[in-house]
Design a protein around this ligand. Sequence first.
Ligand code: ZN
Length: 265
Amino acid sequence: MAFSLTQYGDMSWTVSSVLGTKHLFTRRLGGVGDYPYSTDPDPAMDPVRERVREIWLRLRERGGFPEEGFCFTRQVHGTVIRAVGAGDRLMPPIRVRPEDCDGLITAEKDVPLCVFTADCVPVLFSEPEAGIVCAVHSGWRGTAADMMGSAVSAIGKMGGHPENIRAAIGPAISRCCFETGPEVKEAVEALLGADAEGLCPPEDGVPGKYMVDLKETNRRRLLQLGVKEEHIDVSPDCTMCLSDVYWSHRATGGQRGTMASIIML
Ligand SMILES: [Zn+2]
């Protein structure tokens, strides 16, 4: 299990060795419109539409994705996962985002599922026996509301089994940088029970603040749900420490683009 970097011209992305199907986690480099909507499929401003179109054309070609485009969702920090198919594919720039949810799932081939993050945790899943892929956005609210449980359950409803699930937890803000108040620590402890041990240490010298490991929280939750340890890969990259190559909401004060995490059967 390991993440590796693919450099394609001026674009780069990381991939995990665990998923066994086409996928990628983009970085901020190689965007055409570097700020603010470099990979966002729903530009609010007309001047960026051509740049957005350009980057999606490049990503489609270089990543080997279908001409019809990608499946998107309007993320709302919840845990709803929507089943999509070939008819849901869109090629950016798009004016109206699809319905609100934070995960997409499909058992159809050539249907790329796309979620966006910039510090939050992207998780891509494959279930190779049943032929299912799933992509979710899991920030601290989604993590605490059990997005991992929602994903494993959605895969199960389509005929998959936890012991076959592969999960790649992508680049996200890491414990080194994710300073939170007690509400995040309490939510992680409520989710994991005794398994939250050591995940939310108090910040040195800052009363009432904690350093929370969201990637590890999601990994431990997947273990609780029956996903095998050897089937879970975790990116070591912290988006805030590496804000020169990743978009970080915290590092930029919200003046940012966003990374796409994409998986397809
Ligand atoms: Zn960091």
